[in-house]
Design a protein around this ligand. Structure first.
Ligand SMILES: [Fe+2]
Length: 525
């Protein structure tokens, strides 16, 4: 009898749940997750397409490039939601990856875990509020494509994804467009599969010069300006297959042989590597242009972080969009977008951890005038690898000595330049900006500096600068630049990420306090 009553009650519960169904679907959140390999991240898009949160796990755990989702990240992310009906979307298909590892004999790395096991059952329980439910998995390159296309301003696009490796794909080209009811549709036009991979090539060269692959590729890119590219032909002939310009003679997943370019100068290797990666990307862009209908380019995958190569993308397409976080962390937003299915409301990349309060414009201005350098940790953290004004170390970019001063704080290689942040309408007066880009707000491409002698701190040895422009968007950094310009007639500031050496970017006020204590530089919130 008791059992019978329990069954009746259960049936009533089900009926009630069904009656609640409309509000359940209306209040759904799409949680996108990328984790298990490197750069774990979590994004939340709600049923209206608004991005409630997107953040990096490393900034909570303080473990750079951590592969694990961090409990504090999940807690913070969920605090930005009103409802707890969450659908989980994972950025790749673990069983497909396992299949590749089986086929290619990556024996030591074999893992046959489900998405739930990779994320962690306790975190899944927390995210699903104990209700259970399916975890949706998506193709790795499709998650990259969605992160790009569904945040872009375009209604149709040619999407190019280039990274180290997805499940099998290493390069994909897609036609992307919205159908009559606004649902995103993707058609794959081209694929190149593992082990041929532009990303693996660049990581192998990163390792070849003694840097950490999957981490310090940006340093290899910076070194390129100091070398000669005379090794390019030898590098090309030893690595590229004679029959196909995108195929390699070796599996570069395991790196290049120890005697590859033996005795060569590291800067020259970096320079030749940059020429090689640019030529390979050009080959892909030509292919994309040939195969596709749309003149709008959406570009994603880790290779899209090569801002030096990105300068020429406008030669192949009329409009260019790169989501500010095009690597695997950004694919958490792509997985959310695939769950939502339509264009999502991407306004800017300030969608992470919040440090509340008004932007301290006047305090920053005073410090810049008196000390020439100041930190800022205010508002929501940037989603992506660049500090764009909410977790930044800012400095007066004029004169020769400021680069050394900032480098003393950052303790990084002296040859590496810093980036400028400039009033958008003034950018063309100071830089030859790459054309056919929709926006330069996210520091994604280099531009040639018109006055390298006046601003040596923000100009690289090759004459380029990685420019961030700020439109009239009412933001705090915009107001700061406007006031700085009125007082100094200089429309830009030096902008570098606010982080303690070896640690991820500052996330919360505690991190900012530690930075202040360690370096004696004021950080305003
Ligand atoms: Fe990827």
């Amino acid at each position: 009898m008791g059992r019978f009553i329990e069954n009746i009650n259960f049936a009533n519960d089900l009926k009630n749940l069904k009656n609640e169904t409309p509000s359940f679907t209306n209040n759904m959140n799409y949680i996108g997750i990328s984790c298990g390999f490197h750069d774990a991240a979590l994004s939340i898009v709600d049923v209206h397409g608004d991005i409630l949160f997107a953040g990096h796990s490393e900034r909570y755990s303080k473990q750079k490039h951590t592969k694990d989702l961090c409990w504090d990240l999940v807690t913070d992310a969920l605090s930005h939601t009103k409802y707890s009906y969450n659908e989980i979307h994972y950025y790749e298909r673990p069983w497909m990856k396992f299949l590749r590892q089986l086929r290619t004999g990556e024996g030591s790395k074999l893992t046959n875990l489900s998405a739930k096991e990779i994320i962690g059952p306790n975190l899944v329980h927390k995210l699903q509020d104990g209700r259970g439910g399916k975890i949706h998995t998506h193709n790795h390159h499709l998650s990259h494509a969605a992160a790009g296309f569904q945040t872009s301003p375009f209604n149709d696009a040619t999407v190019v994804v280039i990274d180290a490796i997805g499940e099998f794909d290493t390069i994909t080209i897609w036609d992307a467009r919205y159908d009559k009811i606004g649902v995103a549709k993707y058609t794959k036009l081209y694929t190149l599969k593992y082990p041929d991979s532009i990303g693996l090539f660049y990581s192998a060269m990163t390792k070849r010069v003694g840097l950490r692959p999957l981490d310090e590729e940006y340093i290899l890119m910076g070194m390129a300006a100091y070398g000669e590219s005379t090794l390019y032909k030898q590098m090309h002939d030893e690595l590229i297959d004679d029959s196909n310009e995108l195929r390699f003679k070796h599996n570069l997943h395991i790196g290049v042989p120890d005697d590859f370019l033996e005795g060569a100068n590291d800067m020259d290797i970096a320079s030749a590597s940059q020429v090689m990666v640019e030529n390979l990307i050009r080959t892909v862009m030509r292919k994309a242009r040939f195969h596709s209908k749309s003149r709008n380019l959406v570009y994603g995958g880790g290779v899209a972080l090569n801002c030096l190569a990105n300068r020429f993308l406008g030669e192949y397409f009329d409009n260019v969009w790169i989501m500010p976080n095009p690597g695997d962390a950004g694919s958490s937003l792509g997985a959310s977008a695939l769950g939502y299915g339509r264009k999502i409301n991407f306004n800017n990349c300030f969608i992470g951890r919040n440090i509340s309060g008004p932007y301290p414009v006047n305090g920053l201005l005073d410090k810049l005038l008196s000390d020439r350098m100041v930190g800022v940790a205010n508002g929501r953290a940037e989603f992506g690898p660049r500090a764009l004004g909410n977790r930044s170390l800012l400095a007066d970019p004029r004169g020769k000595d400021i680069k050394d001063k900032v480098n003393q704080i950052k303790r990084r290689q002296q040859f590496r330049p810093f980036a400028p942040v400039i009033l958008e309408e003034m950018a063309d007066k100071y830089f030859y900006m790459p054309h056919n880009w929709h926006t330069h707000n996210y520091m994604q491409s280099v531009a040639i500096c018109r006055f390298p002698n006046l601003y040596p701190a923000i100009c690289h040895a090759d004459g380029t600068s990685r420019v961030q422009t700020v439109p009239k968007d009412g933001s705090g950094i915009r107001e700061l630049l406007e006031k700085w310009y009125v007082l100094t007639e200089c429309p830009m500031l030096l902008n570098t990420s606010l982080n303690i050496r070896g640690e991820p970017m500052v996330n919360d006020r505690n991190d900012a306090d530690r930075f202040e204590t360690l370096y004696g530089i004021k950080v305003l919130s």
